[in-house]
Write a protein that binds this ligand. Sequence first.
Ligand SMILES: Nc1ncnc2c1ncn2[C@@H]1O[C@H](COP(=O)(O)OP(=O)(O)O)[C@@H](O)[C@H]1O
Ligand SMILES: [Mg+2]
Length: 492
Amino acid sequence: MSDLLVQLESAFGGHSPLSYIHSPEEERILRALTALSAKLGAAAPLCWSCLGGLGNYADTQEPVAALRKVIQEDLRGFIVFLDLAPFMQAPEVVRALREAYLDGQDKADRHIILLCAELNLPEALKKEIELVEVMPPAEDEIGVLVQKLNQEAKQDLIKEEAVREITLALKGLTENEVWHILRRATASGKTSQEELLDEIFAEKKSVVKKSGFLEFSPPRWSIDELGGLDNLKDWLRRREKIFSREALAAGVPIPKGLLMMGVSGCGKSLAVKTISSLWNIPLFRLDMNLVFSGMYGSPEEAFHRALKTIEAVAPAVLWIDEIENALGLDESGRNLASHIFSSFLTWMQEKPPLIFIAATANKIQALPAEIIRKGRFDEVFFCDLPTAIEREEIFRIHLQRNRADLEEFDFKMLQVMTEGWNGAEIEQAVISARTDAFYEERPFTQRDLNRVIGKIVPLSDTMEQQIKSIRSWAFSRATPASKFGKAASKRL
Ligand SMILES: Nc1ncnc2c1ncn2[C@@H]1O[C@H](COP(=O)(O)OP(=O)(O)O)[C@@H](O)[C@H]1O
Ligand SMILES: [Mg+2]
């Protein structure tokens, strides 16, 4: 028995006069409901759509007429309403649903199901309607699709070894999407594991793009381009294989997430961007400004949809940058969007295991204690200003990226000249020095750097007080991201 059938059986095994299945997969769910009816010895599901009406009953295109028909004819079994979500604003539809609910209360073998891609529960019926969230195809169902493809082709288009790996990557997509990818890839001769994985990544990217507020961040950054922050890098490297099939098969627990907080410009966002290439899973940034913009419905609804979308493309990393703004927290940690905040916390607690959350925060005092509490994130790292040795490392990374000859630079001197600087300022200095040299058509040297370093006033000069207070706040609450850790926080 497929996982879906088990799930539906447990949802409809008890008495549920009115249920709402939130899923875009009409055909797949109708198929499973048909199988479930057969198993229970009931008639096949009866469907209503706004064009066809209710089964063969005449004049039932109107939702109210159809719901009344169910009562009048005392229909039993699964009665599935396919297009009802948009009609739910109408008071007469809400009333007819309530009538059907009351009428069905003593009829254990009548299940009225609203099957909709969007979630639109009328406030007045929230207590009566049972919500059923259906997971996308599990590995067994995906396996069936691969078999079907091989059977149609009368050969093993997708080889046994590749099947095991791609099944995991295909998880989270709908049955139609899985089928579409498999057909498209194999029709163009892409049947190796690598080619299939590329196709799957591309499909996930496009699924997410349609949602509007999740942005795909390409796996362009290597962890070697992040200077210092050794404890953090070590934590990430140790979990490099966490999303691999072996680790999942062995039941190694998947970490929930990581929160990086601290002084701005020290590489927190960059660290998140390196996760995707290190762990080989897609990274999506949630644009909370768009969630709050109202362009996608109420912020609560948009946020819920964003979380559902990310679940649909798992395994994935969900990146929430500057979480203090994202969660609508003001300077004092007072919560301006408490619905969103509490639903986020609950979601984090129960979130599907194949999502890893990477969050960053600059205004860390604004973070409420609940979010830092143990059990939410696996680790909370504090990113401080880089130490002298770390600054040298960051200089080397950016000089190399800007194709400078490293032999030409005096790193001891650079260390001394940039006391209190952050990584972003080091990068800025290297870029302006290079630009100056390029303009004067010379190779770029230490002298160019000396000149620009003299002109840059680091943030830590003007924000000494704030940085001190960030440090003392983080001291007891977070693990230092740098291996020089707490010793370094005595500076300034
Ligand atoms: N530790 C670092 N190693 C290398 N580059 C860094 C580092 N910290 C900052 N940078 C440079 O500064 C830029 C901005 O840093 P960012 O990650 O956005 O800082 P934060 O998110 O902590 O404010 C990065 O894209 C990178 O080029
Ligand atoms: Mg940042």
